[in-house]
Design a protein around this ligand. Structure first.
Ligand SMILES: Cc1cc2nc3c(=O)[nH]c(=O)nc-3n(C[C@H](O)[C@H](O)[C@H](O)COP(=O)(O)O)c2cc1C
Length: 220
């Protein structure tokens, strides 16, 4: 009798173990490819493309805020967060703001143009003397910081069904001088880029840029 009970317990335990393994890793591997290509975030990254023609539909204010929140979630050197944003929708000002800018047709089509700006200086107490007077020095990573921030914004736009295109400002003074002047930026703040954003007028598709030959393992 005791032997029968023991045998039953062993069989039951083995059965539960088989069931659990079916719901666990083994099953997960069958449903979700290990490459992660079906992941929603990866899909958004792979779907992003530059959009340069838009419908007349405006962008809901909450969408703009969400995209800016995503932008400000980007990493920055020493967590300095040097960014400022100027959101433009008044096209009557574009002639002056974007003087000599060959992207004017795109800006005029877009529901909004966001000028991504960077404070190129960092002000904080010296590291070795936290109680000392604040020191202002050049911020060595502002371009990297703004690049990460801009890409976050583009990805958020893609994810919300909006289209966008990154257009360079810095380092082209012939492009950023009029932005800096007309938008009233402080002396240490520079326009980094201008992103046109709106509802896509056409059905642009992402480019395939996958080049496995560009990947070098351990050594070139
Ligand atoms: C730094 C930078 C500057 C760019 N400047 C412009 C620009 O002035 N005008 C424009 O139409 N696109 C501009 N682009 C968009 C690129 O042309 C575009 O990203 C590239 O052709 C790849 O296409 P995709 O964005 O659809 O993947 C810029 C992109 C980057 C990253």
């Amino acid at each position: 009798m005791r032997q029968n009970l023991l045998l039953c317990a062993v069989i039951l335990t083995a059965g539960i173990a088989v069931m659990l393994s079916g719901c666990g890793n083994g099953k997960q591997e069958a449903d979700k490819p290990l490459s992660g290509v079906d992941n929603e975030t990866i899909q958004t990254i792979m779907s992003r493309k530059s959009v340069r023609a838009f419908t007349d539909e405006p962008i809901p204010a909450a969408y703009m805020e969400t995209m800016l929140k995503a932008a400000m979630a980007a990493p920055t050197g020493s967590n300095i967060q040097p960014w400022h944003f100027v959101v433009l929708t008044d096209k009557s000002k574009y002639e002056k703001v974007f003087e000599n800018n060959f992207n004017m047709r795109i800006f005029n089509s877009a529901a909004a143009v966001v000028v991504f700006c960077a404070d190129t200086t960092v002000t904080r107490p010296p590291r070795d003397n936290p109680d000392g007077a604040p020191v202002t020095r050049p911020n060595g990573t502002w371009r990297d910081d703004l690049g990460a921030c801009t890409e976050n914004f583009l990805l958020a736009a893609e994810s919300l069904g909006l289209g966008s295109v990154w257009t360079a400002a810095y380092p082209y003074s012939e492009r950023y001088a009029s932005m800096k002047r007309e938008l009233g930026l402080p002396a240490t703040v520079l326009p980094y880029c201008a992103v046109a954003v709106g509802w896509p007028a056409n059905d642009e598709q992402p480019k395939n840029k996958w080049k496995p030959e560009r990947i070098h393992y351990e050594r070139w």
